[in-house]
Design a binder for this molecule. Structure first.
Ligand code: ADP
Ligand code: F6P
Length: 453
């Protein structure tokens, strides 16, 4: 059996304690552990000249990380503008935020071509290639153009909107046609598969998408949580609460995560249920993400104002309602924070899956589990009907759910948590990768296919 070649824009930093936040690297890292594999992607570095650059390779725990650099112009056009200034808002149904420029499309294609050029010489005929996410839609076709005959699968980690929305993308038709190069196209949910299939059909593309729900390594996360509550950070957080209940939010600082809406929901809790004043602390950890993109800068400013206003309005001289952090926190520490939290608050306006919701469930103490308040619009919602499901656009709905979560009797908390626990342990990162790769292997190999005439 050949190697598994994972390709994504973002790659983990295998030798560093604090990893870049993001579901793709977390889910995939858990999935490739122990598999003979190579992970190809961007190094995270920008250099002025990439002509003739060599692929940097580093092997850690059996996985070879092969990375290349980008120029500042490529970073701006490919990553900031096209991937995150256009495809990201489009796929998260935020039509008003789109900005299309042909020069960015050129940069997007240029970087995909650069990935194909550097990856092709590293490949062996029996490798299986697995391309990830919206940064690399056209990569499969470029690899085929370079003569690559391996099986190639593609997985989209973010939502995909229906044709009535995605047709706003001027190059939608071209992008969808390029996806015929993939042997298998996977998305997170049935809704995304229906939407993508509708787009394929509208453009006459002969591809069918299939849903594979990503998960986490729940055993590993639980173990980290159990250790971390006893660590210095865990003990310090608990002591700092002085017996108050803890509501925890953990997200990249991204407008798809519904952070301002969440703050308003919490403020509404304090207004409508004043019995919680001074008795609860909301800790929001939101490390800066894509800080060079204007819409992300605006969000940061909006949040700073909102947090300041809510704290100013409700704080007392010895209690601050919201603790807000924009610096990254180590994953091991976070696991402990989840276990300490009485309520996990996960309210994206739209999310491919949302691993944080699953991490909160995995980290709980079975003897005294906390409650999860979850948005209907997270890909994880259909899998977790035992969460307190809310519409994040409705601050009163969030406030009611928070009140219910903070006052829920133990037997009801246990009943809900057991339902969610079963799901989180059933659909893990490992089962997701196994199911996708088995489906890919079950298809006829490109080597055996009839040549097209
Ligand atoms: P996305 O992929 O959009 O960022 P997910 O919820 O699917 O959303 O995945 C986020 C991952 O990044 C989770 O594993 C989470 O633990 C991690 N993460 C999110 N916020 C932080 C943070 N503040 N510090 C460290 N890791 C974080
Ligand atoms: O999981 C969705 C995703 O967009 C990944 O593709 C990406 O790596 C992650 O979020 C974090 O974003 P970024 O790589 O832009 O920091």
């Amino acid at each position: 059996m050949g190697r598994l070649i994972v390709v994504s824009n973002r790659t983990p930093s295998p030798r560093e304690r604090t990893q870049p936040a993001g579901g793709l690297t977390v889910g995939l890292r858990d999935a490739v552990r122990g598999v003979d594999s190579m992970w190809f992607g961007w190094s995270g570095n920008q250099v002025d000249d990439v002509k003739g650059q060599k692929v940097d390779k580093d092997t850690v725990d059996g996985v070879t990380y092969a990375t290349i650099d980008m120029t500042p112009a490529q970073y701006e056009g490919f990553y900031q503008n096209f991937s995150n200034g256009l495809l990201w808002p489009l796929c998260h149904y935020r039509m008003g935020m789109l900005s299309f420029r042909r020069a960015d499309w050129d940069a997007y294609l240029e970087v995909n071509r650069m990935f194909a050029e550097h990856l092709t010489p590293l490949l062996r005929p029996d490798d299986v290639i697995w391309v990830h996410d919206y940064h690399l839609f056209p990569l499969g076709q470029m690899l085929r153009d370079a003569g690559v005959m391996c099986r190639i699968g593609f997985f989209l980690h973010i939502p995909f909107p229906p044709w009535s929305v995605s047709r706003a993308l001027p190059i939608a038709d071209e992008l969808l046609h390029e996806m015929t190069a993939y042997d298998l196209v996977g998305v997170q949910t049935e809704e995304d598969a229906i939407n993508l299939d509708g787009c394929f059909a509208a453009c006459g593309v002969q591809v069918k998408a299939r849903a594979f729900a990503i998960g986490i390594d729940p055993d590993g996360f639980l173990e980290q949580a159990e250790t971390a509550v006893k660590s210095h950070d865990g003990r310090t957080l608990r002591e700092s609460l002085h017996g108050r209940k803890l509501i925890l939010g953990v997200d990249r600082l991204d407008y798809s995560k519904g952070l301002p809406e969440r703050m308003l929901g919490y403020a509404q809790l304090l207004k409508r249920y004043p019995e919680h004043l001074g008795k609860v602390t909301f800790l929001q950890i939101a490390p800066v993400s894509r800080g060079g993109v204007a819409t992300y800068q605006q969000l940061r400013q909006q949040l700073e104002e909102l947090v300041g206003r809510i704290n100013g309005e409700y704080a007392s001289y010895e209690w601050t309602p919201i603790r807000y952090l924009t610096s990254p926190v180590a994953r091991t520490t976070l696991a402990g924070f989840h276990r300490i939290a009485d309520v996990g608050l996960v309210t994206p306006l739209r999310d491919g899956m949302n691993l944080v919701a699953k991490e909160y469930v995995a980290a709980q103490d079975p003897k005294d589990p906390g409650s999860l308040v979850l948005s209907h619009f997270a890909g994880a919602a259909p899998e977790l009907p035992d969460a307190l499901l809310v519409n994040p656009y409705d601050a009163d709905d969030t406030a009611d759910a928070l009140h219910l979560a903070l006052t829920m009797p133990l037997p009801e908390r246990k009943r809900r948590w057991h339902g969610m626990r079963d799901e989180v342990w059933k659909h893990t990162a490992a089962t997701w990768a196994r199911d996708f790769l088995e489906a890919l292997h079950a298809l006829p190999s490109p080597h055996d296919r009839e040549p097209e005439h």
